[in-house]
Design a binder for this molecule. Structure first.
Ligand SMILES: *Cc1c(COP(=O)(O)O)cnc(C)c1O
Length: 386
């Protein structure tokens, strides 16, 4: 009975793969969540907050101490100066920040540009807003994913209200270089569009590659909403503490929508994340090097088995091409895999639309798992070579 505008988003192959993984007791390298906890002091801060009676609604925009911590950390890492009261909003994960930005700032029939492949919530929230989705795309060039500038120009029009940008990028693991972000910024300025910038993997870049926020490019601070989340930063994806920062008039639009989506998130968890942002920056830095090791561990296995890989520059994910193993329909193959070898991965199908044919052979594996889990996954994957 789902309404027609949401019906195409009703079920995802993610859910299907995860169900199969559970049924066949497979190692789930499909869904991107870590299997270890965040910093101990953060967990203790949450317990303390629960015991000390911080159990009622926080202020609408989020716990004051967290908004101040977000503004301070952002200023230190990007140089952006945001007012914690009017330019920082705490949300129920990055997911709500994205939905709030689209629903609160994009009108019926306005156009929103997305870049394929894209995180699956973008298309669904654009549909909720009754807006029109126009796709640009990434292309593989010299062994890395880059923006296809021609497709980007073609996707913009005078009706474009916003573009959703994601770097470091899920599902590909790409980190967009400055030149690509400059192309996006130039079109935003030309068409007076806003950038909704999903930077949940901002701390997870490897090999010394720098994450650049589009908000820091000329003329962009005043037209960018920068979104991040404690989930990927602090290994607490189940806490759903996210945030958005930007100019007051844009944040006000998100706040208006967010106010009636969830009103507020969980107070004790916001207090604990504030503690972690203040005191656990070293932990956040060490997560990056640990994740790079996990990336290398899984990449070695996958290459040994015979996959073609695109080196992940960041995130939790690596893009694998299973065609050398004789696989042509990646979606069908991912549905067989849990039963066949006890490992789950996801195809690119949920992340693509207009350019689906170009991506239908690719698979995403997550490496945000303990080394021993990746070892066991490696043993199981070996059976593909036989
Ligand atoms: C995980 C993820 C999100 C959602 O973040 P939450 O804080 O869990 O809501 C948003 N965007 C991307 C690209 C993600 O990978």
């Amino acid at each position: 009975m789902t309404v027609p505008r949401l019906a195409p988003h009703a079920t995802t192959i993610f859910a299907e793969v995860s169900q199969l993984a559970t049924r066949h007791d497979a190692i789930n390298l499909g869904q991107g969540f870590p299997d270890t906890d965040g910093p101990g002091s953060m967990i203790e801060a949450a317990v303390r907050a629960l015991r000390e009676g911080h159990n009622q609604y926080p202020p609408g925009p989020g716990v004051t101490e967290l908004r101040h911590a977000i503004a301070d950390v952002e200023r230190a890492s990007t140089g952006l100066v945001r007012d914690p009261d009017s330019e920082v909003l705490v949300t129920v994960g990055a997911t709500e920040a994205i939905a709030g930005a689209v629903v609160g700032l994009v009108d019926d029939d306005d156009e929103v540009v997305v870049i394929e492949p894209y995180y699956d919530s973008y298309a669904a929230t654009i549909a909720m807003a009754g807006a029109v989705r126009n796709s640009a795309r990434l292309v593989l060039s010299d062994g890395r994913f880059r923006l296809d500038v021609g497709s980007l120009r073609a996707a913009f029009s005078p009706r474009t209200r916003a573009i959703i940008v994601n770097t470091p990028h899920n599902p590909t693991g790409a980190v967009l270089p400055r030149e690509d972000l400059e192309e996006i910024a130039a079109l935003c300025r030309e068409f007076d569009a806003i950038a909704i910038s999903d930077e949940v993997y901002e701390h997870l870049t490897f090999d010394g590659i720098e994450h650049i926020s589009i908000a820091t490019l000329p003329g962009m601070a005043e037209r960018t909403l920068r979104i991040s989340s404690a989930g990927k930063m602090l290994n607490c994806t189940g806490w759903k503490v996210g945030w958005v920062t930007g100019p007051a008039e844009l944040v006000a639009g998100v706040r208006t929508a967010k106010q009636y989506m969830s009103f507020t998130g969980a107070t004790p968890l916001q207090i604990a994340v504030a503690h972690a942002l203040r005191h656990e920056q070293e932990w956040i830095t060490s997560l990056r090097s640990g994740m790079q090791d996990r990336r290398d561990q899984l990449a070695t296995v996958l290459e040994g088995v015979g996959f073609d890989l695109v080196v992940a520059q960041g995130t939790y994910f690596v893009t694998a091409d299973p065609r050398p193993l004789g696989v042509t329909d990646a979606a069908a193959w991912c549905l067989e895999l849990p039963e066949r070898i006890g490992v789950a991965a996801v195809p690119f199908t949920p992340f693509v639309d207009t350019f689906a044919d170009e991506w239908s052979h690719l698979v995403r594996f997550a490496y945000c798992k303990r080394p021993e889990v990746l070892d066991e996954a490696g043993r199981r994957l070996q059976s593909l070579t036989r």
